[in-house]
Design a protein around this ligand. Structure first.
Ligand code: HSE
Length: 426
């Protein structure tokens, strides 16, 4: 009989409580797959109700997570606290102690993941973090293990379940605050939903994707980032009139000039597009590479069970590696040249309020063209005083220049919304 491996769980919130339950309910299945018993020995949790429930099941409760990491009966630490600190220090300590580590913490992995990987001790089982991106979607494993011979050129993805759920609720007529509350109740949102709403969560995940897909060592602050706070029901309705939806889209694109990284609310064609028909907290990642062409991964991107699925898979992988005297594999990475956001190209959608004069549309097109932006389509925007302008790909800097030229016309023209836009093919 193989010896038991002791687990310390840091955080028994939405995901942690589900992991704790599954370790108990499916103990036999998990033992068979990991080569021997896995025993939840300690849980670091301060909330008294959660702690009492776990203590009743025979688990030692540590109010202090550092005590759980330092305990002699622990082989694998599962960190589900989220946020940079104290999680980062706890992960460091666990690795220094030669423990196996599983985490869903995208903030720490996006900012310190390369350093943590370098700190993995031989025969510890290693460091695994599949749950950090796309929850139930096994995207990191696919990028690391299945496209080894390819060069990935572009990733286009919806990787934040909360904002996808909120945008869907706006389409259904909900107001913004109610939609946020609903995402929180369903366990999709981070403890502080600012991270979701302002695009930080998606930017962190994009950095991890760029690492695994492109071998690029990049940081969240290099991502041209905008969240969804200024998207209102009128934008959603205007998008619908164009046969489109608005999604928070994360993009990484490699060109001769460098790597362009962005998280932006984006106009996406409603039909025939991999990123438009995502329900609720679903995520989708479109990977384009030289040999495989397009690979699309879709599934549940947030929620207790979806994240627990990835965490449990990682626990099994780390346990197997530890029992075999090794470590789980990692993806290589090297520093990459990241383009300034203004230098990156994107097609755009503009909602332009005009004075209703018959030549307004010609004047707007002329001003944009003068700034170096090609206008693909100008159509009435659903009311007498609004135009919907679709531009061809141009740098954000060129679009800025064009909009300045537009303001300089001295017309009563106002750009009320400006979003990135995806074509029909992704
Ligand atoms: N808050 C995250 C999201 C949870 O909404 O996608 C999963 O990482």
């Amino acid at each position: 009989m193989a010896t038991e491996l002791g687990i310390a769980l840091l955080g028994a919130g939405t995901v942690g409580a589900t992991v704790a339950r599954e370790l108990e309910v499916h103990a036999n299945r998990l033992a068979a797959r990991s080569g021997g018993p896995l025993v939840l020995r300690r849980v670091a949790e301060r909330e008294p109700g959660r702690a009492r429930e776990l203590a009743a099941r025979g688990v030692t409760i540590d109010a202090d997570a550092a005590a759980a990491v330092a305990a002699a009966d622990v082989d694998i630490v599962v960190e589900l606290l989220g946020g940079l600190e104290p999680a980062g220090t706890l992960l460091d300590t666990a690795l220094q102690r030669g423990l196996g580590v599983v985490t869903a913490n995208k903030a720490v992995i996006a900012t310190a993941g390369h350093r943590l990987v370098a700190a993995v001790r031989p025969a510890s089982g290693g460091l695994a973090f599949e749950a950090a991106v796309g929850a139930a979607i096994p995207v990191l494993a696919v990028l690391r293990d299945s496209l080894r011979g390819d060069e990935v050129r572009r990733i286009t993805a919806v990787i934040n379940g909360t904002t996808n759920h909120i945008l869907g609720r706006l389409e259904a007529g909900d107001d913004f605050d109610r939609a946020v509350a609903d995402a929180q109740e369903r366990g999709y949102a981070e403890a502080n939903p600012t991270s979701d709403l302002d695009g930080h969560d998606a930017a962190q995940k994009l950095c991890i994707l760029a690492w695994f897909a492109m071998g690029a060592e990049v940081r969240p602050e290099q991502v041209e980032r905008r969240g969804i706070r200024d998207i209102d029901p009128s934008d959603v309705a205007a998008a619908a009139r164009l046969g489109s939806v608005i999604r928070l889209v994360a993009r990484a694109e490699r060109s001769e000039a460098g790597l362009a990284l962005s998280v932006q609310p984006t106009l996406v064609p409603r039909s025939g597009h991999s990123l438009s028909d995502l329900e609720g907290a679903d995520n989708a990642i479109v990977v384009e590479s030289d040999l495989a062409g397009r690979v699309v991964l879709r599934g549940r991107g947030a929620g207790a069970e979806a994240a627990a699925s990835a965490v449990l898979s990682d626990i099994v992988a780390v346990a197997r590696a530890r029992r075999a005297g090794g470590e789980v594999p990692q993806a290589p990475a090297a520093p990459a040249l990241v383009l300034d956001g203004e230098a990156a190209e994107t097609a755009a959608w503009l909602r332009v309020r005009v004075d209703g004069s018959p030549d307004a549309s010609d004047l707007v097109a002329e001003a944009l063209t003068r700034g170096g932006v090609v206008v693909e389509q100008i159509s009435p925007g659903g009311s007498d005083d609004e135009l919907a302008v679709l531009t061809s790909p141009a740098t954000r800097a060129a679009l800025d220049r064009s909009l300045t030229a537009l303001e300089g016309l001295g017309l009563p023209v106002q750009v009320v919304q400006r979003l990135d836009r995806l074509g029909a093919t992704t």
